[in-house]
Design a protein around this ligand. Sequence first.
Ligand SMILES: [Zn+2]
Length: 398
Amino acid sequence: MGLSRSGGTVRFADGRKIELPCCRPPATKGAAGLRLKRNDGCLASKPSGTRRGGHARCQRQFCTGRQQAAPHRAGRRKPGSSQLRSERPFHPGIPWYFLSSLILIIAIIAAGCSGERPDKGGNFDGESAMRYVQAQMQFGARIPGSLGAQRAGDWIIAEMNSRADTVIVQSWTHTTADGKQLPMRNILARFRPADASRILYVTHWDTRPVSDNSSNLGERQMPVPGANDGGSGVALFMALADALKKAPPPSGVDLLFVDGEDYGSFGPPMVDVLIGSTWFASHLPEPGYKPIFGVLWDMIGDRDLKIKKELYSIQGAPEVVDRVWRVAAELGHDDVFVDEQYGYGITDDHVPLLQAGLRVIDVIDIDYPNHHRPTDTIDKISARSLSIVGEVAEALLR
Ligand SMILES: [Zn+2]
Protein backbone atom coordinates (compact mmCIF):
# COMPACT_ATOMS: atom_id res chain seq x y z
CA MET A 1 0.00 0.00 0.00
CA GLY A 2 1.01 3.58 -0.28
CA LEU A 3 0.63 6.61 1.88
CA SER A 4 -1.25 9.62 0.76
CA ARG A 5 -3.11 12.70 1.75
CA SER A 6 -6.66 13.38 0.68
CA GLY A 7 -7.87 15.89 -1.84
CA GLY A 8 -6.58 13.96 -4.83
CA THR A 9 -2.84 13.98 -4.33
CA VAL A 10 -1.37 10.73 -3.07
CA ARG A 11 2.13 10.63 -1.66
CA PHE A 12 4.30 7.72 -0.66
CA ALA A 13 7.13 6.94 1.66
CA ASP A 14 9.73 7.67 -0.98
CA GLY A 15 8.27 11.11 -1.68
CA ARG A 16 6.51 10.29 -4.94
CA LYS A 17 2.94 11.45 -5.47
CA ILE A 18 -0.05 10.71 -7.69
CA GLU A 19 -3.62 11.84 -8.18
CA LEU A 20 -6.30 9.68 -6.54
CA PRO A 21 -9.70 10.84 -7.80
CA CYS A 22 -11.71 8.67 -5.41
CA CYS A 23 -10.85 10.45 -2.26
CA ARG A 24 -12.67 13.34 -0.72
CA PRO A 25 -10.84 16.16 1.00
CA PRO A 26 -9.87 15.51 4.59
CA ALA A 27 -12.67 16.11 7.04
CA THR A 28 -10.50 16.52 10.07
CA LYS A 29 -8.06 19.18 11.04
CA GLY A 30 -4.54 18.01 10.36
CA ALA A 31 -5.71 15.36 7.93
CA ALA A 32 -3.50 16.79 5.23
CA GLY A 33 -0.47 15.88 7.31
CA LEU A 34 2.08 14.12 5.19
CA ARG A 35 4.08 11.12 6.33
CA LEU A 36 7.28 10.79 4.34
CA LYS A 37 9.14 8.42 6.61
CA ARG A 38 7.67 6.03 9.08
CA ASN A 39 10.82 5.06 10.91
CA ASP A 40 10.52 7.98 13.26
CA GLY A 41 11.83 6.42 16.45
CA CYS A 42 8.47 6.30 18.22
CA LEU A 43 8.19 2.55 17.92
CA ALA A 44 10.66 1.69 20.63
CA SER A 45 8.66 3.57 23.23
CA LYS A 46 5.30 1.92 22.69
CA PRO A 47 3.81 0.47 25.89
CA SER A 48 3.37 -3.27 25.86
CA GLY A 49 0.13 -3.16 27.84
CA THR A 50 -1.67 -5.92 29.64
CA ARG A 51 -3.83 -8.37 27.82
CA ARG A 52 -7.25 -8.65 29.35
CA GLY A 53 -9.18 -10.14 26.47
CA GLY A 54 -10.13 -13.46 28.02
CA HIS A 55 -11.68 -11.85 31.06
CA ALA A 56 -13.48 -9.18 29.06
CA ARG A 57 -14.82 -11.72 26.63
CA CYS A 58 -16.15 -13.76 29.51
CA GLN A 59 -18.06 -10.76 30.79
CA ARG A 60 -19.75 -10.32 27.42
CA GLN A 61 -21.41 -13.69 27.72
CA PHE A 62 -24.93 -14.06 29.02
CA CYS A 63 -24.07 -17.14 31.02
CA THR A 64 -21.14 -15.72 32.96
CA GLY A 65 -23.04 -14.82 36.11
CA ARG A 66 -24.52 -18.26 36.44
CA GLN A 67 -21.19 -19.91 35.63
CA GLN A 68 -19.60 -18.08 38.52
CA ALA A 69 -22.49 -18.75 40.90
CA ALA A 70 -22.51 -22.51 40.53
CA PRO A 71 -18.85 -23.28 41.41
CA HIS A 72 -19.13 -20.89 44.35
CA ARG A 73 -22.04 -22.77 45.83
CA ALA A 74 -20.64 -26.20 45.06
CA GLY A 75 -17.26 -25.28 46.49
CA ARG A 76 -18.68 -24.57 49.92
CA ARG A 77 -19.77 -28.15 50.45
CA LYS A 78 -18.32 -31.49 49.62
CA PRO A 79 -20.80 -33.62 47.67
CA GLY A 80 -22.79 -36.14 49.65
CA SER A 81 -25.95 -36.34 51.72
CA SER A 82 -24.26 -35.54 55.04
CA GLN A 83 -23.08 -32.23 53.64
CA LEU A 84 -26.53 -31.43 52.35
CA ARG A 85 -28.07 -32.37 55.66
CA SER A 86 -25.71 -29.97 57.41
CA GLU A 87 -27.38 -27.07 55.60
CA ARG A 88 -30.74 -27.75 57.15
CA PRO A 89 -30.22 -25.69 60.31
CA PHE A 90 -29.44 -22.62 58.18
CA HIS A 91 -32.63 -22.97 56.12
CA PRO A 92 -35.21 -24.19 58.61
CA GLY A 93 -38.16 -23.53 56.30
CA ILE A 94 -36.75 -25.20 53.18
CA PRO A 95 -36.67 -29.00 52.81
CA TRP A 96 -33.20 -30.47 52.15
CA TYR A 97 -34.40 -32.24 48.99
CA PHE A 98 -35.48 -28.86 47.62
CA LEU A 99 -31.97 -27.46 48.14
CA SER A 100 -30.51 -30.58 46.62
CA SER A 101 -32.66 -30.17 43.52
CA LEU A 102 -31.81 -26.48 43.32
CA ILE A 103 -28.07 -27.19 43.38
CA LEU A 104 -28.55 -29.85 40.71
CA ILE A 105 -30.48 -27.43 38.48
CA ILE A 106 -27.79 -24.75 38.89
CA ALA A 107 -25.10 -27.29 38.02
CA ILE A 108 -26.99 -28.30 34.86
CA ILE A 109 -27.41 -24.64 33.81
CA ALA A 110 -23.72 -23.99 34.44
CA ALA A 111 -22.74 -27.03 32.38
CA GLY A 112 -25.00 -25.83 29.57
CA CYS A 113 -23.39 -22.42 29.62
CA SER A 114 -19.91 -23.92 29.57
CA GLY A 115 -20.91 -25.87 26.53
CA GLU A 116 -21.91 -22.66 24.72
CA ARG A 117 -18.66 -20.84 25.31
CA PRO A 118 -16.78 -22.02 22.22
CA ASP A 119 -19.65 -20.81 20.02
CA LYS A 120 -19.27 -17.28 21.36
CA GLY A 121 -15.70 -16.86 20.23
CA GLY A 122 -12.26 -17.18 21.67
CA ASN A 123 -11.21 -20.03 19.40
CA PHE A 124 -8.51 -18.07 17.58
CA ASP A 125 -5.00 -19.45 18.17
CA GLY A 126 -2.10 -17.02 17.69
CA GLU A 127 0.50 -19.80 17.84
CA SER A 128 -1.20 -21.54 14.92
CA ALA A 129 -1.20 -18.24 13.05
CA MET A 130 2.58 -18.00 13.54
CA ARG A 131 2.96 -21.46 12.04
CA TYR A 132 0.93 -20.30 9.03
CA VAL A 133 3.34 -17.40 8.56
CA GLN A 134 6.22 -19.87 8.73
CA ALA A 135 4.55 -22.05 6.10
CA GLN A 136 4.34 -19.08 3.73
CA MET A 137 7.97 -18.11 4.31
CA GLN A 138 8.98 -21.56 3.11
CA PHE A 139 7.49 -20.77 -0.31
CA GLY A 140 9.88 -17.83 -0.62
CA ALA A 141 8.62 -14.52 -2.02
CA ARG A 142 5.05 -14.75 -3.35
CA ILE A 143 5.52 -12.42 -6.32
CA PRO A 144 2.85 -12.77 -9.05
CA GLY A 145 4.10 -15.08 -11.78
CA SER A 146 6.74 -16.75 -9.56
CA LEU A 147 6.94 -20.38 -8.49
CA GLY A 148 6.55 -19.20 -4.88
CA ALA A 149 3.25 -17.55 -5.76
CA GLN A 150 2.02 -20.62 -7.59
CA ARG A 151 2.79 -22.85 -4.61
CA ALA A 152 1.44 -20.40 -2.02
CA GLY A 153 -1.80 -19.91 -3.97
CA ASP A 154 -2.27 -23.67 -4.32
CA TRP A 155 -1.65 -24.05 -0.58
CA ILE A 156 -4.21 -21.37 0.36
CA ILE A 157 -6.84 -23.01 -1.88
CA ALA A 158 -6.17 -26.48 -0.45
CA GLU A 159 -6.22 -25.24 3.15
CA MET A 160 -9.43 -23.28 2.61
CA ASN A 161 -11.09 -26.25 0.91
CA SER A 162 -10.60 -28.18 4.14
CA ARG A 163 -12.09 -25.43 6.31
CA ALA A 164 -14.65 -23.32 4.43
CA ASP A 165 -18.04 -24.38 3.02
CA THR A 166 -17.22 -23.09 -0.48
CA VAL A 167 -14.08 -21.79 -2.17
CA ILE A 168 -14.27 -19.65 -5.29
CA VAL A 169 -11.09 -18.95 -7.26
CA GLN A 170 -11.07 -15.98 -9.61
CA SER A 171 -8.29 -16.54 -12.17
CA TRP A 172 -7.30 -14.07 -14.88
CA THR A 173 -4.26 -12.68 -16.62
CA HIS A 174 -3.12 -9.17 -15.86
CA THR A 175 -1.13 -7.34 -18.50
CA THR A 176 1.30 -4.95 -16.83
CA ALA A 177 2.10 -1.46 -18.07
CA ASP A 178 5.27 -2.83 -19.65
CA GLY A 179 3.41 -5.66 -21.40
CA LYS A 180 4.16 -8.53 -19.05
CA GLN A 181 1.49 -11.22 -18.66
CA LEU A 182 0.88 -12.08 -15.01
CA PRO A 183 -1.29 -14.98 -13.80
CA MET A 184 -3.59 -13.71 -11.04
CA ARG A 185 -5.78 -15.48 -8.52
CA ASN A 186 -8.25 -14.14 -5.97
CA ILE A 187 -9.39 -16.77 -3.50
CA LEU A 188 -12.78 -16.39 -1.80
CA ALA A 189 -13.45 -18.79 1.08
CA ARG A 190 -17.09 -18.70 2.13
CA PHE A 191 -18.78 -19.81 5.32
CA ARG A 192 -22.58 -20.20 5.22
CA PRO A 193 -22.62 -19.23 1.53
CA ALA A 194 -26.43 -19.25 1.31
CA ASP A 195 -26.83 -16.53 3.96
CA ALA A 196 -27.76 -13.13 2.52
CA SER A 197 -26.39 -11.46 5.66
CA ARG A 198 -22.60 -11.49 5.24
CA ILE A 199 -19.35 -10.00 6.52
CA LEU A 200 -16.38 -9.58 4.17
CA TYR A 201 -12.77 -9.82 5.31
CA VAL A 202 -9.98 -8.99 2.87
CA THR A 203 -6.21 -9.50 2.89
CA HIS A 204 -3.57 -9.63 0.17
CA TRP A 205 -1.51 -12.79 -0.29
CA ASP A 206 1.15 -11.54 -2.73
CA THR A 207 4.47 -10.02 -1.70
CA ARG A 208 6.33 -7.06 -3.16
CA PRO A 209 9.07 -7.74 -5.74
CA VAL A 210 11.23 -4.82 -4.61
CA SER A 211 12.33 -3.47 -1.23
CA ASP A 212 12.05 0.12 -2.35
CA ASN A 213 11.77 1.60 1.14
CA SER A 214 15.32 0.50 1.92
CA SER A 215 17.88 3.25 2.24
CA ASN A 216 20.46 0.84 0.82
CA LEU A 217 20.55 1.04 -2.98
CA GLY A 218 21.64 -2.59 -3.32
CA GLU A 219 18.78 -3.80 -1.16
CA ARG A 220 16.13 -1.96 -3.15
CA GLN A 221 16.12 -4.60 -5.91
CA MET A 222 15.63 -7.42 -3.41
CA PRO A 223 12.16 -8.95 -2.96
CA VAL A 224 10.31 -8.29 0.30
CA PRO A 225 10.14 -11.55 2.31
CA GLY A 226 6.66 -10.50 3.44
CA ALA A 227 6.33 -12.05 6.89
CA ASN A 228 4.12 -9.16 7.92
CA ASP A 229 3.28 -7.56 4.55
CA GLY A 230 1.29 -10.39 3.01
CA GLY A 231 2.12 -13.18 5.44
CA SER A 232 0.34 -11.91 8.55
CA GLY A 233 -3.04 -11.35 6.88
CA VAL A 234 -3.04 -14.80 5.26
CA ALA A 235 -2.06 -16.38 8.59
CA LEU A 236 -4.84 -14.47 10.33
CA PHE A 237 -7.39 -15.84 7.84
CA MET A 238 -6.04 -19.37 8.11
CA ALA A 239 -6.32 -19.42 11.92
CA LEU A 240 -9.68 -17.65 11.71
CA ALA A 241 -10.91 -20.36 9.35
CA ASP A 242 -9.81 -22.93 11.95
CA ALA A 243 -11.96 -21.12 14.52
CA LEU A 244 -14.95 -20.86 12.16
CA LYS A 245 -14.73 -24.53 11.26
CA LYS A 246 -14.74 -25.38 14.96
CA ALA A 247 -17.65 -23.05 15.77
CA PRO A 248 -19.57 -21.85 12.69
CA PRO A 249 -20.45 -18.14 12.61
CA PRO A 250 -24.05 -16.93 13.11
CA SER A 251 -24.11 -15.29 9.65
CA GLY A 252 -22.26 -15.58 6.36
CA VAL A 253 -18.51 -14.87 6.30
CA ASP A 254 -16.36 -14.29 3.21
CA LEU A 255 -12.58 -14.45 3.53
CA LEU A 256 -11.12 -12.85 0.40
CA PHE A 257 -7.43 -13.33 -0.41
CA VAL A 258 -6.54 -10.82 -3.12
CA ASP A 259 -3.56 -11.05 -5.45
CA GLY A 260 -1.31 -8.33 -6.86
CA GLU A 261 -1.75 -5.67 -4.18
CA ASP A 262 1.93 -4.87 -3.97
CA TYR A 263 3.31 -5.67 -7.43
CA GLY A 264 3.90 -2.40 -9.22
CA SER A 265 4.26 1.26 -8.48
CA PHE A 266 2.03 3.30 -6.18
CA GLY A 267 2.91 6.25 -8.31
CA PRO A 268 2.84 8.62 -9.75
CA PRO A 269 1.16 7.28 -11.73
CA MET A 270 -0.30 4.34 -9.79
CA VAL A 271 0.15 1.25 -11.98
CA ASP A 272 -0.06 -2.51 -11.41
CA VAL A 273 -1.03 -2.30 -7.74
CA LEU A 274 -4.32 -3.19 -5.97
CA ILE A 275 -4.83 -5.53 -8.94
CA GLY A 276 -6.86 -8.23 -7.18
CA SER A 277 -9.11 -5.92 -5.18
CA THR A 278 -9.81 -3.84 -8.30
CA TRP A 279 -10.72 -7.04 -10.16
CA PHE A 280 -12.98 -8.24 -7.34
CA ALA A 281 -14.75 -4.87 -7.21
CA SER A 282 -15.87 -5.36 -10.80
CA HIS A 283 -16.37 -9.16 -10.57
CA LEU A 284 -18.44 -9.59 -7.42
CA PRO A 285 -19.38 -13.17 -6.48
CA GLU A 286 -23.07 -12.57 -7.18
CA PRO A 287 -25.27 -9.74 -8.45
CA GLY A 288 -26.13 -7.27 -5.71
CA TYR A 289 -23.40 -8.59 -3.41
CA LYS A 290 -23.51 -6.28 -0.44
CA PRO A 291 -21.86 -7.39 2.80
CA ILE A 292 -23.08 -5.71 6.01
CA PHE A 293 -19.52 -4.48 6.48
CA GLY A 294 -15.99 -5.39 5.51
CA VAL A 295 -12.50 -5.15 6.96
CA LEU A 296 -9.16 -5.24 5.18
CA TRP A 297 -6.48 -6.69 7.47
CA ASP A 298 -2.97 -5.71 6.40
CA MET A 299 0.34 -5.80 8.30
CA ILE A 300 -1.20 -6.81 11.62
CA GLY A 301 1.59 -9.01 12.99
CA ASP A 302 4.20 -6.43 14.09
CA ARG A 303 5.67 -7.38 17.49
CA ASP A 304 5.20 -3.76 18.46
CA LEU A 305 1.63 -3.50 17.24
CA LYS A 306 -0.26 -0.23 17.37
CA ILE A 307 -3.20 0.30 15.01
CA LYS A 308 -4.63 3.76 14.39
CA LYS A 309 -7.76 4.73 12.45
CA GLU A 310 -7.12 5.29 8.74
CA LEU A 311 -8.50 8.36 7.01
CA TYR A 312 -10.22 6.87 3.94
CA SER A 313 -11.90 4.35 6.24
CA ILE A 314 -13.18 7.12 8.53
CA GLN A 315 -14.45 9.03 5.52
CA GLY A 316 -15.90 6.05 3.64
CA ALA A 317 -17.36 3.82 6.38
CA PRO A 318 -17.17 5.55 9.79
CA GLU A 319 -19.69 3.18 11.39
CA VAL A 320 -17.42 0.23 10.59
CA VAL A 321 -14.42 1.96 12.17
CA ASP A 322 -16.54 2.59 15.28
CA ARG A 323 -17.66 -1.02 15.39
CA VAL A 324 -14.15 -2.48 15.10
CA TRP A 325 -12.62 -0.14 17.68
CA ARG A 326 -15.55 -0.64 20.06
CA VAL A 327 -15.23 -4.44 19.95
CA ALA A 328 -11.45 -4.17 20.42
CA ALA A 329 -11.97 -1.94 23.47
CA GLU A 330 -14.56 -4.33 24.92
CA LEU A 331 -11.97 -7.08 24.66
CA GLY A 332 -9.44 -4.91 26.49
CA HIS A 333 -7.27 -4.23 23.42
CA ASP A 334 -7.52 -0.45 23.37
CA ASP A 335 -3.76 -0.35 23.92
CA VAL A 336 -3.35 -1.89 20.43
CA PHE A 337 -6.41 -0.49 18.64
CA VAL A 338 -5.68 3.00 19.89
CA ASP A 339 -8.18 5.85 19.68
CA GLU A 340 -5.98 7.89 17.33
CA GLN A 341 -5.92 8.65 13.61
CA TYR A 342 -3.04 8.44 11.15
CA GLY A 343 -4.13 11.79 9.77
CA TYR A 344 -3.58 10.69 6.18
CA GLY A 345 -5.12 8.17 3.82
CA ILE A 346 -3.45 4.88 2.93
CA THR A 347 -3.86 3.63 -0.62
CA ASP A 348 -4.73 0.00 -0.01
CA ASP A 349 -7.16 -2.70 -1.15
CA HIS A 350 -10.11 -1.10 0.62
CA VAL A 351 -10.05 1.87 -1.81
CA PRO A 352 -11.43 0.09 -4.93
CA LEU A 353 -13.94 -1.73 -2.71
CA LEU A 354 -15.17 1.53 -1.17
CA GLN A 355 -15.41 2.94 -4.69
CA ALA A 356 -17.63 -0.05 -5.61
CA GLY A 357 -19.97 0.79 -2.72
CA LEU A 358 -18.76 -1.90 -0.28
CA ARG A 359 -18.28 -0.60 3.25
CA VAL A 360 -14.76 -1.87 3.85
CA ILE A 361 -12.22 -0.28 6.19
CA ASP A 362 -8.46 -0.76 6.48
CA VAL A 363 -7.03 -2.15 9.72
CA ILE A 364 -3.28 -1.64 9.38
CA ASP A 365 -0.20 -0.80 11.44
CA ILE A 366 1.58 1.32 8.87
CA ASP A 367 4.28 2.32 11.37
CA TYR A 368 6.16 -0.90 10.70
CA PRO A 369 9.88 -0.16 10.37
CA ASN A 370 10.44 -3.13 8.03
CA HIS A 371 7.75 -2.11 5.55
CA HIS A 372 8.94 -2.77 1.97
CA ARG A 373 12.37 -3.76 3.20
CA PRO A 374 14.27 -7.06 3.07
CA THR A 375 14.02 -7.11 6.86
CA ASP A 376 10.29 -7.96 6.82
CA THR A 377 11.08 -11.38 8.30
CA ILE A 378 9.28 -13.65 10.77
CA ASP A 379 11.29 -12.51 13.79
CA LYS A 380 9.62 -9.08 13.45
CA ILE A 381 6.14 -10.43 14.16
CA SER A 382 4.65 -12.20 17.18
CA ALA A 383 1.98 -14.72 18.11
CA ARG A 384 0.71 -12.24 20.69
CA SER A 385 0.00 -9.55 18.08
CA LEU A 386 -1.66 -12.06 15.76
CA SER A 387 -3.68 -13.36 18.69
CA ILE A 388 -4.96 -9.91 19.66
CA VAL A 389 -6.04 -9.09 16.11
CA GLY A 390 -7.46 -12.59 15.67
CA GLU A 391 -9.51 -12.24 18.82
CA VAL A 392 -10.98 -8.96 17.58
CA ALA A 393 -11.56 -10.35 14.07
CA GLU A 394 -13.36 -13.37 15.45
CA ALA A 395 -15.46 -11.41 17.95
CA LEU A 396 -16.72 -9.19 15.10
CA LEU A 397 -18.16 -12.28 13.44
CA ARG A 398 -19.94 -13.71 16.52
ZN1 LIG B 1 3.20 -3.78 0.93
